[in-house]
Design a protein around this ligand. Structure first.
Ligand code: R1P
Ligand code: URA
Length: 291
């Protein structure tokens, strides 16, 4: 098998992958991703034991154990462009032999769970509550750089979304990917379920006006009013669709859990987002330990 060249798969002097600075044995099969680098320690403080602690740029990783479950917590920084780096490098750590630079014949399936913050798009989803994303619907374009396809239901939701929002062509080509249902079913009690829209920015791409005029001034209303069968758009943020899309293409099981810190309909913001995130962390770890 052809080996992958030095410029394509970049391995540093420590034998670790370029951006994440991780060696294959330093990564667990169960991975929690967080946007905020400070959230890594906020999660690993609940580990019984930390084996590895590494950092390069905004990418901090702590690998350790909760009970018998080996877990890596990795910070991605903000946005889908960083998810391109993190998902490809996590997969390379699992599925490419770093000595021969060839793809392994036995591929490893990772479980990748995002614990992040998000803005709600429905009045009945208050700040400090939790959303589990049934789908990631991307208006960020990342997945359009990879060959991908959809099942019938995903195609139908996407078609309805494009018709309803008129967000297609020009700068945005929306894409969609569903959550791993085998994991999703464990995150029901205490979670709202719905479609999460992933945006390439926090201000204009999420309809926030400070000093600049927007090309889609009615974006928030359009997203709030969208429905397809029993599905509605519950929230938006900046990583979920990229994780779901790339994760599924690479054969991994992905789920996104969101702490709602802003409600864009009631125009409210959490008074203590970190406390709400901490509740989600403890709730999620209790479930992940037993997956
Ligand atoms: C924006 O404030 C950031 O918060 C959300 C968004 O997806 C974006 O990354 O997630 P995190 O709290 O995980 O960073
Ligand atoms: N993260 C986002 O991306 N948007 C919000 O409104 C809140 C958190």
């Amino acid at each position: 098998m052809k080996s992958i060249e030095a410029s394509e798969l970049i391995i540093n002097n420590r034998g670790a992958i370029y951006h994440l600075n991780l060696r294959p044995e330093e990564m667990a099969d169960t991975i929690i991703t967080v946007g905020d680098p400070d959230r890594v320690a906020a999660i690993s403080k609940y580990f019984d034991h930390i084996e590895h602690s590494l950092q390069h740029r905004e990418f901090i990783t702590h690998t350790g154990f909760v009970g018998k479950k080996r877990i890596s917590v990795v910070s991605t920084g903000i946005g889908p462009d960083n998810i391109d780096i993190v998902l490809n490098e996590l997969d390379a750590l699992a599925n490419i032999d770093f000595d021969t630079r060839t793809i392994k014949s036995d591929l490893r399936n990772l479980t990748i769970i995002r614990i992040g913050t998000s803005g709600a798009l429905q009045s009945d989803i208050p700040v400090d509550s939790f959303v589990c994303s049934t789908h990631g619907l991307g208006i960020d374009n990342l997945l359009n750089y990879y060959q991908h396809n959809n099942n019938d239901e995903e195609r139908a939701i996407l078609q309805q979304f494009v018709t309803h929002t008129q967000l297609n062509g020009g700068f945005s080509h929306p894409y969609i990917c569903s959550a791993a249902t085998g994991i999703l079913k464990h995150f029901v009690d205490g979670f709202s379920h719905g479609i999460t829209v992933t945006c390439p920015g926090f201000y204009g791409p999420q309809g926030r006006v400070l000093r600049l005029g927007l090309t889609h001034p009615h974006l928030v209303d359009r997203l709030t009013q969208f429905s397809f069968g029993n599905y509605r758009i519950t929230n938006f943020e900046m990583e979920t669709s990229a994780i779901y899309g790339l994760g599924k293409l690479l054969g991994h099981q992905c789920l996104s859990l969101n702490t709602i810190v802003a409600n864009r309909v009631s125009k409210t913001f959490s008074k203590d987002g970190n406390a709400a995130v901490d509740i989600l962390i403890q709730k999620a770890l209790g479930i992940i330990e037993n997956l």
